[in-house]
Design a protein around this ligand. Structure first.
Ligand SMILES: [Fe+2]
Length: 134
């Protein structure tokens, strides 16, 4: 589970709101896994997580394009890798369900990636956008 922390805010309200929602949806999925809700429910929460993630990345990329963010390509690549990873996880869950061990692994993979990405890459975007303000 992730608790929202102030230092995850990047100072761009549209992005921060979506990040908070993303964390909420990720927590729903993790809760479904740890409570062993059954494959259908777990897949349902995971599908919602995947679709929200794609929407969010798209919106973030539009902001980068609009503001001519210099690291756009690299940042977009990070997004694409995550969508690939989460899609692989989704296929695995659909095929094999979720054991305690896979719950721990999925939990670590998704949470680590998201926190790391927000703290490094998205914070850079936030600083860049703030630097544009005159
Ligand atoms: Fe991002």
């Amino acid at each position: 589970m992730i608790s929202w922390r102030e230092d995850l805010n990047i100072g761009v309200p549209a992005v921060d709101t979506q990040h908070q929602e993303l964390v909420r949806i990720l927590n729903d999925f993790l809760a479904a896994c740890t409570q062993q809700k059954g494959k259908d429910k777990i897949v349902e929460t995971l599908e919602f997580l995947v679709s929200y993630t794609i929407t969010h990345f798209h919106d973030e990329e539009q902001i980068m394009i609009r503001t001519k963010f210099p690291d756009y390509e690299a940042h977009k690549l990070e997004h694409e890798r995550f969508v690939q990873d989460i899609s692989t996880i989704k296929r695995q869950v659909e095929d094999q369900g979720v054991s305690v061990l896979t719950t721990i692994k999925i939990n670590r993979t998704l949470v680590d990636w998201l926190i790391n990405h927000i703290q490094k890459n998205d914070q850079l975007l936030g600083s860049y956008i703030k630097s544009l303000d005159v």
